[in-house]
Every structure is written in C-alpha cells, then in structure tokens.
Design a protein around this ligand. Structure first.
Ligand code: FUB
Length: 358
C-alpha cells in the first residue's frame, strides 16, 4: 500500500449538524422554509449559475451504497453527476440526466464530490474532484457544448490541483478563478503550500487555521494559470482566524459572489455546521470575516452556492429531510438571500428559526 494511502485512512465520525434521532423530523418537515428541488434522486452540494437566462444547478449525486467508512468521508461514494435547470423560480426542475460518470474519467477511481461549472465563449466546463489511483483527491475538468453536457473529461487531472470542492468565479473582466480545498475527508490538512506530505497534519489550535486555495484559470479554462495561492480569512483586527475559531474558520465549500463591487467569500465551517462569509476588495483576498449565511441544516454537511437571478439573490443549499436525516443522502434546496442596506447578508435558518436546539 502506498504510504499516502495509509496516512489518509483514519477514523472519521459523522456527528450530525442537527440530529434527526430526537424524533423531531416531522417538525423539521413542517417548518422547512423550502422543499427539496429534486425528489427522484438524492442530490447535494448545489453549485448554481445562470447561463442564457436559466438557472443551472450542478450538484453531487448522493447514492445509497451503505455506510462504508474506508477513509475519511469514505461513505460518500458518488459515481456520477446530473445537471438540473429551472426556467423560473418556483417552476418545475428539469433533470437533464447523467452527464459524466467516473468510468469515463481516465485518471479518477471514485468519489465524485462537489462539482461546479463555468462558461466561456460558448463552451461549458464541468469541474469536479475525485480520488485518483493513490486515493488522493485531484480536480478534473470535462468540456461540453451546452450547459447540460454531455461533458468529456480531460485525460488528466488539472496539474497542480489537489483536495476538493472546486468553485469557479467569473469576474466582471471575464477572468475566471478557481477556489478549492476541504479539510479532513478533503485532505487539505496534508498540504503545506501546494506540497503533499504524509506527515502534514492539522496545525495546533492556537495557530492560523488551514486556508482555502485560489488559482486563476488559464485562457483555455483547462489549467491553472499559475500555482495555487492561499486565501486569507482574517478577523476585524487583521489577524488570521485560528484553528480554535471553530465556528468561523474555513473547512470546505468555498464560493464567491460579487455584490455591489465587493467580493463575498462564503464557506462551510465543517464540524460547527455553519455557512459563514467574509468580504474583500479583490478575488484573492484577504477576506474579513463578517458572519453567518446559513445555520446548521439536518445532516452533518452544510454546502451552498449563491447566485443572482432576475434581480434577486438566491442561496442554494442541501439538507437530509427527504432521507429522514441520513447524512449521506441529501437533497438540494433554494431560498432567497438578502443583503441589507450595508451589504451584510441576512442569516438564514432553514427551519424558520423554530428549531432546534441540539
Ligand atoms: O458531497 C461530498 C462532500 O461533502 C463535499 O465535497 C463536501 O463539501 C461535503 O458537502
């Protein structure tokens, strides 16, 4: 066994963000602010974009493979992606079917986790993390002629990519930037800078927390234009958030949107189950911590995207209501997101503030 494999095979315990075991599932259902968008299959990690006047959603496709904890996060054994579209908010959601399968990705072996998509000059790019033959997450890209694919994978993962949760932000000047990284099952703790080391672990709690990464995309959208850089998330005093700032520091699910000239970097805090955000004046940051976008949802993971459609902003997220609380079987949802007069995001509680206290 490769040395890198054994170091990654640790214990990973999925405690719930909000636990369904307490018999409150019916109350969650009653008070949920949004219904699942898709009920035929389980979907998660929704990355939403507006292309040609329609909302397209690129989620993970959760599968019921049983709880096989072969590695951190190993029970998330997804093998393919579907694309969904919505013409109007509240209208029927169209499932465009499977658009990419792990068997059609030459370098990937398993675990097709949270994807994203981008458009440039009439071509569409599906970015996705998956494990390679060494059980290391890499990020790949597949290309299509339409937002709904089908997408053809490049033969190799993007050079210099690692970890999970790619999201691609298009700035007003047409430049695209990929944000990525995820801790624990996402393996980011095994990197310093862009180098993998079997001995790299979590930094001390009183040290700066692990940071997400950014890379500008090359003109052809298939490569990083240069080495990935760390994205700094700082507090109001300009200090990097520490490992001990568990309810504020980055864990996974990076996403950037731009509102009135400000860059909003939002992300999941992992074990504290929040979606938080920080703001900056350019795509690279630093970003200053501001507050909470979304409180914990039913299930362990909390993963989102934010996009504007017809003059309103929307939060896309998931929870495990449809599977009665199974963390590995999630369902995507959407709800309106509001910025207040000062540009602060108004915190969303997916259950209307009624529930629950753990
Ligand atoms: O869906 C698999 C993983 O769970 C994602 O990549 C993470 O962000 C978390 O939602």
């Amino acid at each position: 066994m490769n040395k890198s494999i054994s170091i990654l095979a640790g214990s990973f315990i999925f405690a719930s963000g909000i636990n369904a075991q307490d018999g409150k599932i019916e109350k969650f259902k009653k008070h949920q602010i949004s219904e699942p968008l898709v009920t035929e299959i389980h979907t998660a990690d929704p990355s939403a974009h507006v292309f040609d006047g329609k909302i397209y959603i690129y989620p993970s496709h959760d599968v019921n493979e049983g709880k096989v904890y072969d590695s951190p996060g190993g029970a998330f054994r997804m093998v393919d992606y579907h694309v969904f579209s919505i013409d109007k908010v509240g209208a029927e959601v169209t499932d465009h079917g499977p658009v990419l399968h792990v068997d059609d990705v030459p370098w990937a072996t398993k675990q097709m986790w949270a994807p994203d998509a981008a458009e440039k000059e009439g071509k569409y790019y599906l970015y996705f993390p998956a494990k390679d033959h060494l059980d290391l997450f890499r990020i790949g890209v597949a290309v299509g002629d339409s937002p709904t694919g089908p997408f053809k994978a490049q033969p190799d993962a993007i050079k210099g990519s690692y970890s999970i949760d790619p999201s691609v932000f298009k700035d007003d000047d047409g430049s695209h930037y990929m944000y990525f990284g995820g801790i624990d099952g996402g393996q980011l703790q095994h990197y310093r800078g862009n180098k993998f080391g079997v001995h790299y672990r979590f930094p001390d709690e009183n040290k700066p927390a692990l940071l997400p990464r950014i890379a500008k995309m090359s003109d052809n959208m298939l490569e990083f234009a240069g080495p990935a850089k760390e994205v700094q998330i700082i507090d109001k005093n300009g200090e990097l958030l520490k490992g001990s700032d568990g309810a504020k520091r980055f864990f996974e699910a990076a996403w950037v949107h731009k509102y009135k000239g400000t860059y909003y970097f939002s992300y999941s805090t992992g074990g504290t189950h929040l979606i938080c955000y920080a703001t900056g004046d350019n795509p690279y940051g630093p970003f200053t911590y501001q507050g909470i976008v979304l409180k914990p949802v039913l299930g362990w993971t909390n993963h989102h995207s934010i996009c504007e459609f017809e003059g309103k902003w929307y939060l896309f997220y998931h929870d495990s209501i449809l599977s009665n609380g199974n963390t590995n079987l999630r369902s995507i949802k959407m709800t309106e997101l509001k910025h207040d007069a000062e540009g602060k995001i108004m915190t969303i509680d997916a259950y209307g503030g009624v529930l629950p206290k753990k």
